[in-house]
Design a protein around this ligand. Structure first.
Ligand code: SAH
Length: 367
């Protein structure tokens, strides 16, 4: 099976040798010509996957409520308010958030500048259309560092899973970096290189895992987390990071490709399948803590949404609606917040960080 990008990747390997997983991951998603986010329409029924904001307006409404709550807890600042989203997809989350913010906190809505950080020119175009009614408020940036300074309220939904990771495989001589190379049939194949990893970076206690065990390290994710934590420390604010992943650093190969709602071999359709890996929230929290901001907590998405009142909001949305619409609303809540296969409530986590220290619902009181 070849794609335009697989030919390009094979040529790179022929010329320069094997690629690290992180380079392969980055090319698949961001190659200027054939990269997944540059060329494809990933979202929705006709795309490859559906994200929480695309399931129901309730999701963005809950995050809007959370942002208003955070702003109030920070003492309702009014100057240089930056409402930031990194990786806004189709812009649906921001649209639903802005509607709620304008209703609940008109002063915040008036004061806030909306800054979207998006690497894909094509998706910026989609976001521009979605957010047309707010066009005077919205500006775009290619990197978080370019966002103007000021008090920051930030959300990132399914961003970190799309930032590349490195992988290391346990061998008889220790963990070695996993690579993508060409096999005897000239097809893309995994291989093991010579680069090792500082054992201090492995989850404790290392050493007992069988050969073949994979460990994922994400310096590029750490760098984004570091930048946004620094911003909060210097200018104040709160960030909510939402993604699928684990609250505890561990071993395991979580590199996954998804094509038209089915799992795919990560080497089979470069540029045509979405490529991600699970997010290590313990590691992100460590980075933020080292910067000196407060970790409000990390909750499962279901606990976060129920804690913010999604059930009550769904009931009021369903009131006076025909029965089949009521059923759709209930199904959306179950998919977003419920537990088990195909539902997001357990697998997805919400990490909130703030500076200076504020107590935010529904995170547990910091004692
Ligand atoms: N938040 C949206 C989209 C998730 S998909 C939703 O929940 O529906 C990932 C998004 O992150 C896409 O918009 C993609 O173009 C963007 N993206 C990927 N890497 C990025 C980076 N390094 N900086 C900013 N945006 C990035």
């Amino acid at each position: 099976m070849t794609t335009p990008l697989s030919d390009k990747i094979k040529n790179i390997i022929r010329r320069n040798g094997p690629l690290s997983i992180t380079d392969y991951f980055a090319i698949c998603l961001a190659d200027p010509e054939h990269g997944y986010y540059m060329s494809r329409e990933p979202f929705g029924r006709t795309g490859d996957f559906i994200t929480a904001p695309e399931i129901s307006q309730l999701y963005g409404e809950m995050l809007g409520i959370f942002v208003v709550h955070a702003w109030q807890r920070h003492g309702t600042p009014m100057d240089n308010i930056r409402l930031v989203e990194i990786g806004p997809g189709r812009g649906t989350l921001m649209l639903d958030m802005l509607r709620v913010i304008s209703k609940l906190a008109p002063a915040l809505f008036e004061a806030a500048q909306v800054h979207l950080v998006e690497t894909s020119e094509r998706l910026r175009g989609v976001q521009r259309i979605t957010l047309e009614s707010y066009s005077a408020k919205v500006s775009w940036f290619g990197e978080f560092d370019e966002v103007p300074e000021g008090f920051t309220l930030l959300v990132a939904n399914e961003l970190f899973d799309a930032i590349p990771v490195r992988q290391f495989v346990k061998t008889p001589t220790g963990f070695r970096e996993r690579l993508v190379t060409l096999d005897a049939n000239d097809e893309l194949a995994f291989a093991i290189g010579v680069a090792g990893i500082d054992p201090a970076l492995l989850p404790a206690p290392p050493g007992r895992e069988p050969d073949g065990t994979v460990f994922e390290l994400a310096p590029a994710r750490q760098a984004v987390m570091q930048a946004l934590a620094e911003r909060l420390r210097q200018h104040g604010g709160t960030a909510a990071i939402i993604d699928y992943g684990s609250m505890v650093t561990g071993y395991g190969d979580t590199l996954q490709a998804v094509l038209r709602h089915q799992f795919d071999d990560p080497l089979a359709h470069p540029g045509e399948a979405d490529l991600t890996s699970h997010v290590d929230f313990e590691d992100l929290a460590k980075v933020a803590r080292a910067v000196g901001v407060q970790i409000n907590g990390c909750l499962r998405q279901g606990d976060f949404l129920y804690g913010l009142g999604i059930a009550e909001r769904a009931a009021s949305l369903a009131k006076d609606k025909p029965f089949d619409q009521q059923k759709l609303i209930a199904a959306a809540v179950d998919r977003l917040a419920g537990e088990g296969a195909g539902k997001m409530g357990e697998l997805f986590k919400v990490l909130a960080i703030s500076s200076p220290t504020v107590q935010l619902a529904p995170f547990r009181k910091i004692v």
